[in-house]
Design a protein around this ligand. Structure first.
Ligand SMILES: [Zn+2]
Length: 244
């Protein structure tokens, strides 16, 4: 039996992510998102992606998102913003619901899946209350690196990990030979892999603009991610998270 692969893409702004890390880099006035490049790669392959989208970024890429949704790809939530999760239960439910509802209004179809920025879990609540909040906010599944198990009120579709290393991430895969990713995928029945929208031809700073270590770390080998994605796509195809 070959592995069923779920290719997922976190749809977010690279510049906003750097700002979260405390690095202020001005976003160019005209800035390709990478989603057109991604749509081109998967067109005609039969692969279906799940796109975990940050709601406050979605209006900037509304046309691309609608085109991808019309092509059959699943749109899911990556939060209303790419910040940290509220630590208080009611505030967390509101935050989660906001991310879902804003996206539903934009793409005009139900959003059932959630993935937190950075896979974080609110520490003061714990995993069981966190899962309860996700259910209460109207989601049916979550895809991160934690597993509560049968007690979870939402389906858990964790990303592929190798020990504690979330090797399902394109940012990790870019650092290894392709064979490493393949063998990690081949060892399981189902593998959720994740990439970022800005790895498919987005406007990113030129090497000459790199002036700090955090920026260098984010950009080093970035151009390899697309090749890794294509390798996995051609080898395994992809189903939407809700399809499996
Ligand atoms: Zn993210």
């Amino acid at each position: 039996m070959s592995t069923q692969v779920y290719l997922t893409v976190d749809v977010e702004d690279w510049y906003d992510g750097m700002a979260e890390l405390g690095v202020d880099m001005p976003r160019p006035a005209v800035c390709a998102s990478g989603l057109d490049g991604l749509a081109e790669l998967v067109a005609g392959t039969g692969a279906v992606l799940t796109l975990f989208t940050v709601a406050n970024y979605a209006p900037l890429v509304a046309d691309e998102l609608r085109t991808l949704a019309e092509a059959g790809h699943e749109i899911a939530s990556h939060g209303p913003d790419h910040g940290h999760l509220p630590e208080e239960y009611g505030a967390l439910v509101d935050w989660l619901r906001k991310g879902r509802e804003e996206l539903e209004a934009l793409v005009e179809r139900p959003i059932t899946g959630f993935r937190s920025p950075r896979f974080d879990v609110p520490r003061t609540l714990g995993l069981d209350r966190y899962r309860a909040a996700i259910a209460e906010a109207g989601f049916t599944y979550v895809s991160d690196t934690s597993v509560l198990g049968p007690a979870s009120p939402v389906q858990e579709i964790p990303v592929l990990s190798w020990g504690r290393l979330p090797i399902g991430g394109g940012s990790y895969q870019r650092l290894f030979p392709k064979a490493v990713t393949r063998s990690a995928v081949d060892r399981v029945d189902k593998a959720v892999l994740y990439y970022h929208s800005y790895d498919f031809g987005a406007t990113l700073p030129a090497r000459s603009e790199i002036r700090s270590v955090p920026v260098a770390k984010q950009l080093l080998g970035r151009e390899r991610v697309e090749g890794v994605f294509i390798d996995v796509l051609q080898r395994y195809g992809s189903e939407a998270c809700t399809g499996g």
